[in-house]
Design a protein around this ligand. Sequence first.
Ligand SMILES: Cc1ncc(COP(=O)(O)O)c(C=O)c1O
Length: 457
Amino acid sequence: MILEKLDALSSLPMHMPGHKRNAAAFPWLKGLCERDITEIEGFDDLNDPAEDFSAMERAAAELWGAKESVALVGGSTLGVLASVLAVLGDGRELLMCRASHRSVYHAAELTKARTRYLTPPVDPALGIPLSVTPEAVAAALETHPDVGLVCVTSPTYEGVVSDIPAIAEVCHARAVPLLVDEAHGAHLGFGGFPRSAVAAGADLVVQSLHKTLPSLTQTALLHINPGLVDPLRVRRTVGMLQTSSPSYLLSASIEGCVRFMEREGEAAADCWLALLRDFRAGARSLYNIRLYNGGAGVFALDPSKLLLMGEEALAPRLRREHGIEPEYARGPLTLCMTGLGDTKASLDRLLTALLTLDRTARPPQTAPIPAPALPEQVLPLHEAMAAPGRLLPAREALGRVAGEYAWAYPPGVPCLVPGERVDEGVLETLNRAGTLHFTHKHGPESIFCVDLPGKMV
Ligand SMILES: Cc1ncc(COP(=O)(O)O)c(C=O)c1O
């Protein structure tokens, strides 16, 4: 184990990093720098794994059911970028969910791939995207024969799972590889949780270990099932994008997590699931707050995401009156994410808080932000990003083409994508979306629009 080797280190470090494991001199590094080294004799290199890291990756592949797995210290973001870059780049298009994480858009931008969108139905009461259907993927592939990669987010941020086995079949019938952004589903396939995309036939699956499993932030896995994708090319792309000095703290965290899941993953997942069942049973007594349980248009729901519909004050009250910090809150929706580290005590505390708040809570006063109709895609996003432009007051942007992204974080799904025409629906979404991040770092009163002389954009 890497961790044991790190703890046994006694040599004088005449190598990087510059803190020299000297916690006494740099107290802010206490508990951190002691295990922080560079690639030295006896320690494997994550970018060229041959010993411990190679064994860890083989163990991960076996555990999740992939042919090959790659450990990442740059999050699922790195996995998405590397996957898309490794597969596309020959002028073929990317078929992706419009509600994809911005890393998928950035990947499209880097490869200069034209994006085509899957727009799954939206839950009318909650405004969240539901499952992508195999029929929708088949229809999109029929309409867009130049698609060279399909990317589906499953589970979504809110826990909605799509029928990956059927979607994989549709893609493979056309020899198009399927990338599943399973960033929020590293726990899928363990115990009674829904099946993971890795075992369901996807060619590339990206999972953030840190989102639901016991591992440090930034740690992730990229699973590869070769056939339509070349694992060597994928690894080479990871090597290009990942730092040449991968943190041993993070790498040791991945190894610890993989080994833990190997030993106890099934039992731990079932234990977590039993706690979630109890929570959901207790939540049936809620009257003014509603806990989402899936429904029509949902292939499967990851029960670990506790999506609550209630009054706007729910999240601030959870925070202020009960010391509970939700993952996300917008309008009537509050999302509490659970993880393998949750306990009976933590879930009981959340349930008690909700039951208490429910007594004085008002029913939801506001409607969720409606999903806008897909704006017209005027320019490929890489072209729009490269085009000259200027910042305009939002109202003056109406009818023009955006030259930047706008997204709220979380969940990091762009409300506006470069190359899209700013229409009334876009302005309405931006108005209601809360705190937004714009590429050009300005406030919500303006939008950067492309300015192509002589072209009616
Ligand atoms: C759906 C989805 N995909 C990918 C990512 C990127 O994951 P990471 O933070 O591990 O880079 C996120 C992050 O929030 C996400 O929500």
